[in-house]
Design a binder for this molecule. Structure first.
Ligand code: GLY
Length: 576
């Protein structure tokens, strides 16, 4: 086996020799590929593949290792969506491990005495946390799709939690922005201040309690987290901070298996996230609005105008219609119908911005480090696109003592007060109101794209911007770009309200910005900010894989915006 690698291993491709005697479209991939936000997670996935695991076992290793090395973004105390393709059966499966609302968390609990949204309660501590879903997803993957025992696929994460890993800048910066909240809680202080002071870049971060919790999960499966000792500690830790969790509702958590949302765009079958994600519906709407336009042949201004107008219309619908399909009737068929898209398209003025119905002075907050995405393809053609999260930076900030489990603050993704924007500046109404056991609306959009020549996997963190980043990625692949170019694409975003096109530095030319403004668009250009914040005004962390079945090539792309994403490593093997 020949292996080439550089210092950081974020996305990797293992290449095998093609099998003789098969047509290109019947050939299995020329290797295996993993793209994730951290080199240790990518390495964990490959370790499991090398032990005979399939993509689903590798996904357990990547997911659980991200839970250890990227606590700022996701973890056992959070949830996620796993889009799976089983090469043997040809089935696509959407594994919904979204958190659920605790029984006691009625919407009145999130209002102040004068009826305003209690933002502290919505985002910090015990009331901010939904019942976690990620551990149940790992168990489901192992028992229903994997080839190895869960204990083997969790071994790299357990090792990394126990032995530690070098702290990197993102964790330190994120901690300082959440320090005051995290240091409220004794369980969190015990983990993050174990040496008496906050972690610094280069320190080795060991999490023995988290290793022990992972060991319980490895040994006992679902019951190792949702019942018994770990569950009792989670309930005690939440309730000691004024929350009202019960052992019974933890034990009652279940993942949901859903049919992915599918639609056509040009020559691609797009397979993506159904409710309780808002992503698939919005992507279907935007891309079907854009379908007849020859975007590649247009000048930049006209192309961006049309894409933004499509974004605006999809995000308006996101505000009112989607929610947990087990609780509300989401009109998925209608919203994703080509005729409905045609109606939306007909309202687009070719040369004028459509004003959103009301202006909000709130800028869309950036979500750089929260949430994480990884993509996996094994040598048999099994695919995983997974986006997992604890919501905002370090979630609720609350670690239940003795568990090492940092709980999410996903309750803020509900419309806790109708019409009041959440931390991402998006709002909602009844369809996304909290109810016991309900899943909060998400933007997470793990996606596959399949044409008769290519298969791509993509996804990213980014709060309400996830959908527009995946959209631009789909347009990039449709335009013939490779995986790394798609991960690096400059980004712009519109979400109906606030009525503004937000742009990364140099995402649009100055001429296009001026022309768009003349058409009536408000455009935020970072270089124009007084505080000189241009360089930090970028978002997302897109991880993608492209298998060109016609050419027999495999690529992985890792977002270059992050320290841990700068080193793309390619492993090549001419023998497995
Ligand atoms: N917590 C971000 C999302 O699910 O959209």
């Amino acid at each position: 086996m020949r292996i080439f690698f550089s210092r950081l291993l974020i996305c990797t491709v293992l290449l095998f020799l093609p099998l003789p005697g098969f047509a290109a479209e019947q050939q299995p991939p020329p290797g295996a590929a993993i793209a994730s936000a951290h080199y240790l997670a990518t390495a964990a996935g490959h370790e499991i593949l090398a032990r005979g695991g399939n993509a689903f076992d590798a996904a357990i290793a990547v997911s659980s290792t991200l839970a250890v090395v990227e606590p700022i973004s996701s973890g056992l105390g959070g949830g996620g969506f796993f889009l799976l393709h089983d090469a043997q059966t040809g089935n696509d499966i959407f594994l919904d491990a979204r958190e659920t609302s605790p029984i006691a968390a009625t919407k009145e609990k999130y209002l102040t005495a004068d009826g305003e949204l209690d933002r502290d309660r919505a985002t910090n501590g015990a009331w901010a946390a939904g019942i976690p879903g990620l551990p149940a997803a790992l168990v489901h993957l192992a028992t229903q799709h994997g080839r190895l025992p869960l204990s083997e696929s969790l071994a790299p994460a357990i090792r990394t939690a126990r032995d530690g890993f070098p702290v990197y800048e993102r964790l330190v910066k994120g901690y300082s922005s959440r320090q005051a909240v995290m240091e409220r809680y004794p369980g969190t202080r015990a983990v993050f201040l174990s040496s008496g002071k906050p972690l610094q870049t280069g320190d080795i971060f060991r999490q023995p309690d988290l290793a022990a919790t992972l060991e319980q999960l490895a040994a006992k499966g679902f019951d190792g987290f949702y019942k018994g000792d770990v569950a009792n500690k989670l309930v005690a830790g939440v309730n000691a901070q004024g929350g009202q969790w019960t052992a019974a509702e933890l034990a009652a958590y279940r993942v949901k298996i859903r049919s992915p949302l599918r639609f056509r765009y040009h020559n691609w079958d797009i397979v993506t996230a159904p409710p309780p994600s808002s992503g698939g519906i919005a992507l279907a709407q935007i891309l079907q609005i854009l379908e007849p336009y020859k975007l590649q042949d247009m000048d930049e201004t006209r192309r961006v105008h049309l894409i933004v107008e499509a974004m605006r219309r999809a995000y308006r619908d996101r505000t009112f219609y989607p929610g947990d399909p087990d609780f509300v009737k989401v009109p998925v068929k209608l919203l994703t119908a080509p005729d409905y898209a045609a109606g939306l398209r007909s309202g687009i003025h070719p040369e004028k911005a459509t004003p959103s119905t009301a202006l909000s002075g709130q800028p869309t907050p950036l979500e750089d480090e929260e949430t994480t995405h990884f993509s996996v393809m094994d040598g048999e053609g099994n695919l995983v696109a997974a986006t997992q999260t604890v919501n905002l930076l370090y979630g609720s900030g609350l670690i239940a003592p003795g568990t090492g489990v940092l709980l999410n603050n996903e309750m803020d993704d509900f419309a806790l007060r109708p019409g009041t924007p959440n931390a991402f500046g998006v709002m909602g109404y009844e369809a996304n109101a909290p109810q016991p056991g309900k899943r909060m609306l998400s933007s997470m959009s793990p996606t596959f794209m399949i044409s008769n020549q290519k298969t791509a996997i993509l996804g990213t963190p980014g709060g309400s911007r996830i959908i527009t980043m995946v959209l631009l990625g789909i347009l990039g692949f449709d335009n013939g770009l490779g995986a790394q170019d798609v991960a690096a694409l400059p980004r712009y975003h519109h979400q109906w309200l606030p009525d503004v096109i937000d742009t990364e530095p140099e995402a649009l030319s100055q001429d296009a910005v001026m022309a768009l403004r003349k058409m009536g668009h408000a455009v935020t250009v970072p270089a124009e900010n007084k505080d000189g914040a241009a360089s930090s005004h970028s978002w997302g962390n897109l991880q993608t894989i492209l298998w060109n079945r016609a050419a027999g090539t495999l690529e992985a792309g890792s977002d270059p915006r992050h320290d841990a994403g700068k080193g793309t490593v390619i492993l090549k093997s001419d023998k497995q």
